[in-house]
Design a protein around this ligand. Sequence first.
Ligand code: NAD
Length: 339
Amino acid sequence: VNLQSDLLYLSRLPSPHLIAENPILIFDRRLLKNNQIKKWLQKFPNRYGVDAGESLKQIISFNVHVNALLKIVERVKIKKITLVAIGGGSVGDFVGFLASVFKRGVPLVHIPSTWLAAIDSSHGGKTALNAGGCKNQIGTFYPAEKVIICKQLLFTQPEERVSDAMGEILKTGLLCGGQLWKTMSLEKHFDKKKLWLYLPHLISYKYKIVEKDPYEKKGLRYILNFGHTFGHVLETTQNLPHGVAVNIGLRLALEFSADQNIISRNDLRKIYQTPLMQNHLANPKDVETQLNKIKNISTYLFQDKKLSKKGLLHFVFLSKPGKPFVIEVPVSSMINFIK
Ligand SMILES: NC(=O)c1ccc[n+]([C@@H]2O[C@H](COP(=O)([O-])OP(=O)(O)OC[C@H]3O[C@@H](n4cnc5c(N)ncnc54)[C@H](O)[C@@H]3O)[C@@H](O)[C@H]2O)c1
C-alpha cells in the first residue's frame, strides 16, 4: 500500500512539462485575480475554472463538472490525460474524487494554493464530496502521483491566512513532539517565510502517520483529528475557517485532557507558556465566546459520523507533546466538560 506522492518543492511556478504530459487543469477561478498566476494558467490549453468552497464538493453538481471535463477530453483526443488540481482543499477534494472515478481512474497531480492544502489535504489520498447536507460523505482513497508545493503560488495568499492555518500547524507540532516541537515551540511569530521553512517538516509528519495506517484501519491515522471533534462543530455552526476552528478545538482538547487527568495541570501550563502557544493558540476568551454562540452542541456531537451505537466518540487526547491517545468517551462527558 502506498499513499505516498512524489513531492516537489519549487520556488517558482512550474512550466507545463514539469507537471504532466497531457495535463488538464482544474483550478480555483479566484486565482485569476493575480496577474502572474493568470498568465501562467493561460499557458495551459486545457483548463477548467471552478468556484472553490463547499458547494464545489456538492454531489448534486458533480454531473455538470463531468460533462465539462468530457467536452475537454473530446477536444484533446488524447487518452492518457492527467487531472491537475490547483487550489485549496475544496478543489483538491473534488478533483481527487473526480480523478479517482473518471474513466475508472486517471492520474492526479495536486498543486495546493492554500496553506491548509499544502500542509494537509493534498497529502494522504483522501478525496471527498458532500451529500445529504453533510460534509465528506462520499469519497475514495486516491493519492496524487505528484504534489507540487510552489512558493510563488502559496505566497499569493494574504499574510493573515497564516493565522488561519495556525490550528493545523500547532496540531502537527503537538502531535509530533520531539525536535520539531522543541524548535517550533520557541517561535514567537509565524509569518509566510517562517511557515515555508517549516512546511517540509509538517508535511513529512503527515506522511509518517499515513504510511503506517493508510486506510485509517488501525486507528493510528485517527490521531490527525486532534482538535477536530470540537473544531468540526465550530466550523459547521459558526462558519469559521477550518484552521481557526481547529485552533479553538485544540485548546478544548488540551483542557479536556487535563480534565480527564491524561495530562497534569503542570505539564499543560508548560505547553501554554511556550512562546508559540502564548502567541498563536486560541485564547480562552475567544474559546468561550465561540462556545456560547452554539445553541445545542450535543446535537452536533451526536451527528458525528464516528459515533458508536453506545453513544461513544473516539477523542484524541494528549498526555505530552508527541504522545497522543485515542480513547472512546461518552458524548455526555464531553457535553459536561463544555458546560
Ligand atoms: N482530503 C483531506 O485530507 C482534507 C484534510 C483537511 C481538509 N480538507 C478539506 O479542505 C477544505 C478546506 O480547505 P481550504 O481552506 O484550502 O479550502 P478552499 O479550497 O475552500 O479555500 C479557501 C478559500 O481560499 C481561497 N483561495 C485559494 N487559494 C488562494 C490564494 N492563493 N490566495 C487567496 N485565496 C485563495 C479560495 O477561493 C477559498 O475562498 C474543506 O473542504 C475540507 O473538508 C480535506
